[in-house]
Design a protein around this ligand. Structure first.
Ligand SMILES: Nc1ncnc2c1ncn2[C@@H]1O[C@H](COP(=O)(O)OP(=O)(O)OP(=O)(O)O)[C@@H](O)[C@H]1O
Length: 631
């Protein structure tokens, strides 16, 4: 059994009704949740397959399963419902999708497929292709809200959003696919509108536990309400660390939990086992300026040096100083480089650090770089697999019909589509055109080979299917031709090997594709190499380092200008948005509490050639707790 504090133990053993565990950073939230699942299984005799435990990322789900294996002595497979919200909901959705008019197997569209469909929608509505990203954001926001139509009307100024939304959803249904945002929305609709399905799903779980509850949104909460039986629910979180407002998360669900479930037990975990007292106190002093929060007093029994705040004239000097410090910590205090992190508010800040680390020869790892699933070769191969299991998926077929080149350009495709009327998918239309013998000989031969390959791939195991794509299409030669150089080609081939390995863990192509689609959630989580971590605040959530540098603590960056202003007042000055500023303060709180031993905050007088001033948040740190080494 895991070693627990008295308060952690009480939270673990309470099973008489709904409970909220409100806990500070580094206070062992995940440990408590894991111990509670183990308690339900080992002490109270619950079937582990009937426990729904929601984690924030797939990586966290994997870690929780391996901890459960160690604590309960049962294999990881015994806990099939330790999942993220999206992953758990997709299990429900794919099982009952026929009720909503889909066929099995249901597929999840990748970002690429989503964009291809949206481009088509913009084309049909005669809208500027530049609207692709704003339209995508508007649709995503709508799907993540309680009322999509209402949200559409109140989102960015994008023309004809309602029509675009309808057309886009029609395409998805035609292609028997859902996008990532549909997963939660459609599961909610399914459970809300179909009583029979709701009863079946409710019957699946004896207990529901949710980690990182402060970052849940309205739809997720509604889904939990629809699945809940007899108040058997435990939620764990830290409202101080709610940082996903831009995705619809709202700490209100956490803060109002006791109102929603009167009589709910509330447990407070206030001891921070990770950070020194100086770090905990400085972070507490900062967050105390947020009005909207559940009061708690965090403390630590570990001593350490004060938090250091330093100003620089520009970002290059800041970066050079940080690189130098990392080197010194490494040389003189023997702190491994991967135990140090440089954290910043937005991605562009990484540039100066990358340069400084490169010129000092210090290894570093950029977290949250281009996601694995966004890479060209990964998308190409996955598009072949999707086209093989879902012939109605036009976006995937269109991507690979001429990759590698086989003389079937968009002109030929248009002709084929024109030749066959009716709501046919591209793949079906190509098949008919091929069978009717209306294509030129060479094109017909190439197309025939492709169609045959796609048809026969569907029956293969996923790893074998990938190997066949490589062998039968000449993809490797094609890749070598488009790669920038030999090294680039080597890396891309390694990516494909990585795919083959992942695919070999699954039985069917559909299972493999589902895994890929859901794993995209964790793109920012790749944390495996060595070297100092360079990361945004968001990507550092849940992680810990011995030494942390929080860089760019300046007005405009932190709080970020976009979160601060909501409009202009009568005098023409910008109006400040309190909720936005509170979220930014929480972001700094998350960044600071990633440090266990040393914490440095820095700011610059100029950034990207513009004069800037230190963040207002620095004034909120009491003098006694920090050392200022300002300009
Ligand atoms: N009762 C305990 N005794 C000793 N160490 C503990 C105890 N509980 C937690 N810890 C340790 O404290 C550290 C923080 O725990 P954990 O990562 O679970 O915290 P958390 O509350 O999820 O943190 P955060 O929200 O800041 O990411 C871990 O190294 C964990 O092993």
């Amino acid at each position: 059994m895991l070693e627990l504090s008295e308060e952690q133990r009480k939270a673990v053993e309470y099973v008489d009704g709904p409970s909220l565990v409100t806990a500070g950073a580094g206070s062992g939230k995940t440990r408590t949740l894991t111990a509670k699942i183990a308690h339900l299984v080992n002490r109270l005799g619950h079937d582990p397959a009937r426990i729904l435990a929601i984690t924030f990322t797939n990586k966290a789900a994997g870690e929780m399963k391996s901890r459960l294996r160690a604590v309960t002595g049962r294999p990881a497979e015994a806990f099939p419902w330790v999942r993220t919200f999206h992953s758990a909901c997709f299990q429900i959705l794919k099982e009952h999708c026929e009720v909503l008019g889909y066929q099995k197997p249901l597929t999840i569209h990748s970002e690429y497929q989503q964009k291809t469909n949206l481009k088509r929608v913009l084309g049909r509505l005669d809208l500027d292709p530049k609207l692709l990203n704003p339209m995508r954001a508007a649709i995503s926001r709508a799907k993540n809200s309680e009322n999509p139509w209402h949200a559409l009307d109140h989102s960015f100024r994008v023309p004809r959003k309602r029509e675009a939304y309808e057309l886009y959803n029609e395409l998805l249904v035609q292609q028997n696919a859902v996008d990532f945002d549909d997963i939660l929305m459609l599961t909610r609709d399914l459970l809300r509108n179909y009583g029979e399905v709701r009863e079946i799903c409710r019957g699946l779980f004896d207990y529901i536990l949710i980690d990182e509850f402060q970052d849940s949104n309205a739809i997720q909460n509604e889904i939990v309400d629809l699945l809940l039986r007899d108040g058997r629910l435990t939620v764990v979180g830290d409202d101080y660390q709610s940082i996903y407002r831009f995705r619809g998360a709202d700490p209100v669900h956490f803060i109002r939990f006791p109102e929603k479930f009167p009589g709910a037990a509330v447990f407070r975990l206030e001891e921070n086992y990770r950070s020194t007292e100086a770090i905990v106190k400085a972070a507490e002093a900062l967050i105390a300026h947020n009005r909207y929060r559940i009061e708690k007093t965090c403390f630590s029994r570990r001593s350490g040096p004060p938090v250091a705040v330093r100003g620089f004239t520009g970002e290059d000097l800041e970066a050079a100083w940080v690189a130098d410090c990392c080197w010194q910590y490494h040389l003189y205090e023997k702190i491994p480089l991967d135990q140090m992190a440089v954290l910043y508010r937005t991605r562009f800040c990484s540039l100066a650090f990358e340069r400084a680390f490169r010129s000092s020869g210090i290894p570093y790892q950029l977290m949250g770089g281009r996601g694995f699933f966004e890479r060209r070769e990964v998308q190409d191969i996955n598009a072949y697999l999707v086209a093989s299991v879902n012939p109605r998926d036009d976006a995937s077929f269109e991507r690979i019909v001429n990759v590698p080149r086989r003389g079937i350009g968009s002109g030929t495709l248009q002709k084929i589509m024109g030749y066959k009327a009716g709501p046919l998918s591209m793949q079906e239309a190509c098949r008919l055109a091929f069978e009717d013998g209306v294509l030129p000989k060479k094109t017909a031969k190439e197309l025939g080979r492709l169609l045959h390959l796609l048809e026969s791939l569907g029956r293969e195991r996923p790893d074998r299917a990938i190997r066949r794509i490589l062998e039968e299409t000449g993809y490797v030669e094609y890749l070598e031709a488009f790669a920038e150089n030999e090294r680039d080609a080597g890396e891309r081939l390694e990516n494909i090997e990585q795919m083959v390995h992942a695919a070999s863990q699954k039985q069917t192509i559909a299972e493999y594709l589902e895994d890929c689609a859901l794993l995209r959630e964790d793109q920012d989580d790749a944390d495996d190499g060595h070297g100092v971590r360079l990361s945004t605040f968001h990507a550092a959530k849940g992680l810990e380092y011995r030494v942390v540098f929080v860089a760019g603590v300046e007005e405009g960056l932190l709080p970020h200008w976009r979160s601060v202003t909501v409009g202009t007042g009568q005098e023409g000055g910008a109006l400040e948005n309190e909720a936005g500023i509170e979220e930014e303060r929480r972001l700094l709180y998350v960044a600071m509490t990633r440090a266990s031993e040393r914490l440095h905050l820095s700011w610059c007088r100029t950034r990207r050639g513009e004069l800037v001033s230190p963040s207002r948040f620095l004034d909120e740190l009491p003098e006694g707790l920090i050392v200022r080494e300002d300009l």
